[in-house]
Design a binder for this molecule. Structure first.
Ligand SMILES: NC(=O)c1ccc[n+]([C@@H]2O[C@H](COP(=O)([O-])OP(=O)(O)OC[C@H]3O[C@@H](n4cnc5c(N)ncnc54)[C@H](O)[C@@H]3O)[C@@H](O)[C@H]2O)c1
Ligand SMILES: O=c1ccn([C@@H]2O[C@H](COP(=O)(O)OP(=O)(O)O[C@H]3O[C@H](CO)[C@@H](O)[C@H](O)[C@H]3O)[C@@H](O)[C@H]2O)c(=O)[nH]1
Length: 352
């Protein structure tokens, strides 16, 4: 079967990873429909995706404002159009908020996903790429993380990802016609090289790169470095930071695999670089890329954080033919390009 040119539904396509993936999908010749409720995104991101791909490819992009928790919204979509596959990004992702408001996370991430499975089944669309996370490895005693490690969630957000994986495995086992690829992202960062789209978190960022970025543009005074006594080379924690454009290409590779491999079943792949970078190394790399000083405040460890997490990339390389191209220099360059051109994100100016 041909593997490009098909019609793909992208849930959460206005969000950070979704918007970058939509650009790559359109460039590869796919038709794309997005469903997003703008819970954590803005129409401006979709407008900029259209600008980036140009008027011709924009004709192949359709946006639908809707919520996966509403079966009616999903029925409206599937009854009007035939989709060859779905890439499912939509979900809430803030670990701290998930601890404070677990029902909100189970409702949004699991009820929304179950609705999606049901409507896909009803309309006989049984090919799917699912966003999972390295968080499903918990705190493994060995590195790098290999796909067949024991899975373990550490908080409600992580449990929604773990349950989503299990639900997908059960559905595929019961109905072998389904072809599902689960992608476990490590730490997605960076931005499109144009500087037109990027990550735009609401409120004070929880994650390292958006926080560094906001210090660099003067929105925040200082970066708190959580933990300087880890058993690592400089005492700060180590993660596997992956450029969002590499991730976007990983989704195209996953679709290709799904369209060309009848026996894919329900298979999980890590999307990471395999390289670990410490918090302090990232600060230095960002200072170099931006020419800005990032003041740091050394703080105690953040509860629940692991010392070092990075991916084994062998399975994705071998079976998806995909490998990350970019390292932290390009990540910091592109993140700074986005930040310096859009210091207040998509809103353009401070919200009062
Ligand atoms: N960014 C990360 O660090 C990271 C790491 C691992 C996994 N993930 C997963 O990848 C996916 C995409 O993450 P992202 O960083 O692009 O997040 P994001 O918040 O930028 O994008 C998610 C999008 O989904 C939309 N959405 C949320 N709930 C919805 C619903 N019920 N109906 C319709 N739309 C809804 C939001 O408005 C947003 O546009 C998520 O599932 C997330 O859990 C992200
Ligand atoms: O202001 C900050 C923010 C983070 N960190 C540290 O930076 C590292 C990376 O933190 P962060 O960017 O929050 O990523 P993770 O904690 O690794 O978790 C991210 O990556 C996981 C794996 O993909 C996802 O599951 C999570 O949702 C996502 O938040 C950690 O050591 C943090 O303690 C700081 O020192 N200061």
């Amino acid at each position: 079967m041909e593997w490009s040119g098909q019609s793909i539904l992208v849930t959460g396509g206005a969000g950070f990873i979704g918007s970058h993936t939509v650009v790559q999908l359109l460039k590869q010749g796919f038709s794309v429909s997005i469903i997003d409720n703008f819970d954590n995104s803005a129409m401006e991101a979709v407008n900029r995706v259209r600008d980036l791909v140009g008027p011709k490819l924009s004709l192949k992009l359709e946006f639908n404002q809707g919520d996966l928790r509403s079966k009616e919204d999903l029925e409206n979509l599937f009854s009007k159009k035939t989709f060859d596959a779905v890439i499912h990004f939509a979900g809430l992702k803030a670990v701290g908020e998930s601890v404070a408001k677990p029902q909100k996370y189970y409702d949004n991430n699991l009820v929304g996903s179950i609705n999606l499975f049901e409507v896909m089944e009803k309309y006989n669309c049984k090919k799917m790429v699912i966003s999972s996370s390295a968080t499903v490895y918990g705190q493994p005693d060995k590195m790098p993380c290999v796909e067949d490690f024991k899975l373990q969630a550490m908080n409600p957000y992580g449990r929604t990802k773990l349950f989503l994986e299990e639900i997908a495995r059960d559905i595929q086992k019961a109905e072998p016609e389904w072809r599902i690829v689960i992608l476990r992202y490590f730490n997605p960062v960076g931005a499109h090289e144009s500087g037109r789209i990027g990550e735009d978190p609401r409120g004070i960022p929880n994650n390292l790169m958006p926080y560094i970025q906001q210090v660099a543009v003067g929105r925040l005074p200082v970066l708190n470095v959580y933990g300087y006594d880890y058993p690592t080379k400089d005492g700060s924690a180590i993660r596997d930071y992956i450029h969002v454009m590499d991730l976007a290409d990983g989704h195209i590779a996953a679709l290709r695999k799904i369209f060309t491999t009848k026996s894919i079943g329900c298979t999980a792949y890590n999307l990471g670089t395999g390289c670990g970078t410490s918090v302090l190394e990232m600060v230095t790399a960002f200072e170099k890329a931006s020419g800005k000083k990032i003041p740091v405040n050394m703080c105690p460890r953040r509860p629940g954080d692991a010392t070092a997490v990075y991916a084994s990339t062998k399975k994705a390389e071998k079976e998806l033919g995909w490998k990350a191209k970019y390292g932290i220099e390009v990540i910091c360059r592109d993140q700074w390009n986005w930040a310096s051109n859009n210091p207040w994100g998509y809103q353009g100016k401070p919200l009062n």
